[in-house]
Design a protein around this ligand. Sequence first.
Ligand SMILES: C[S@@+](CC[C@H](N)C(=O)[O-])C[C@H]1O[C@@H](n2cnc3c(N)ncnc32)[C@H](O)[C@@H]1O
Length: 290
Amino acid sequence: MKELQTLTPEQFTLFERLIYRKTGIRMQAGKITLLSNRIRRRLRHHGLQSFEEYYTLLTAESLKGELDEFIDAVTTNETYFFRTEGHFDWFSGPFLNELTARAHAKQHPRTLKVWSAACSSGEEVYSLAICLAEARAKLAGWQLRILGTDISGSSLEAAREGCYEGRSLENVSPERLEKHFQPSDDGWSVRPSVRTPCEFRAHNLLQPLGETGFDAIFVRNVMIYFDRESKKVAVGHLLNALAPGGYLVVGPADGIFDLLGGMERVSSFLYRKPLSTSQASPPPSAGGHR
Ligand SMILES: C[S@@+](CC[C@H](N)C(=O)[O-])C[C@H]1O[C@@H](n2cnc3c(N)ncnc32)[C@H](O)[C@@H]1O
C-alpha cells in the first residue's frame, strides 16, 4: 500500500461535514493532520488505498459497522475518576442531603436517578457510584440508578468492563482504591457492589433519550466540541430529561450558559430546573439537527 499523505482541504471538508451530521462535533481546519492520522488507521484496517474510496464506502454503509468505528476513531474520549472533584463533593454533600431531606418530608420518593451523558469509558459513572456507596447508610432502602450513555461503542465496552489503570485512577485515594476496587489482570476492577446501580447504553446527544425524571444530569466536557446549533439541540433534550427540581452539572468549558435561560443558576457549574413548570421559561427548541 502506498503511503498516504494528509487529507486535502476538500477531503477534510467532506469528512468534517459527515462528523458534524452524525455527532454535532465541529472539527476546526487546524485538526487536519489529526483527522488524517485517525482516518488512515481505518484505511489500513480495511486495506483501502485512498481517502475517497473510504468516504464512498463509509457513506454508502457498505462496510458493516464502520460508521460506528469511524465515530469511535474521531471522538475524544479522555476522562478519569473524580474529574473536577468539586462536582462530586457537591453530589455527595449538598445534593444528597437535600434529596434525603425532601424524601424525609415526603416531597420526593426514595428513588434517585442520575444520568451521566457522554460518559466515555465510565469513570464518571463509577465515581458517582462510589459517592452513593459511601452514602449507603443515608440511602438505605432507596432505589438507585445511574445511567451512563455515550455515542462511542468502544468507550461503552470499556465502561461495561469497568477495569482501570494509570491516569484514570490518579484522583482515587488509596483508601477508595482498596475499598471500591479489586486487583485484576489489567489493573483495578470496580467491585460488583459499586456497579449495582450502573447501567450503560448507546445514545447520541442530538437525539432525545426517551426517558425523563432524572434528579441530576452530569454532562461535562462534550459540548465543548459542538457548535451552537448542536449545543441548542442537545441542551433541549437534556432539560426535557431533567425532573422538576433536578440539577444539571456542566463542564467548565462547555459554553452552554446562555442556553440555560429557564434554569436557576446555582453556581458556575450547577443549574437547577424550577420545581414548578410555571416558574420556568421554555427550554431552547430541541428540534431537528440540520
Ligand atoms: C472528553 S469525553 C468526556 C467524558 C466525561 N463526561 C468527562 O467529563 O470526563 C467526551 C465524550 O463525548 C462523547 N460524544 C461526542 N459526541 C457525542 C454525541 N453526539 N452524543 C453522545 N456522546 C458524544 C465522546 O464519545 C466522548 O466519549
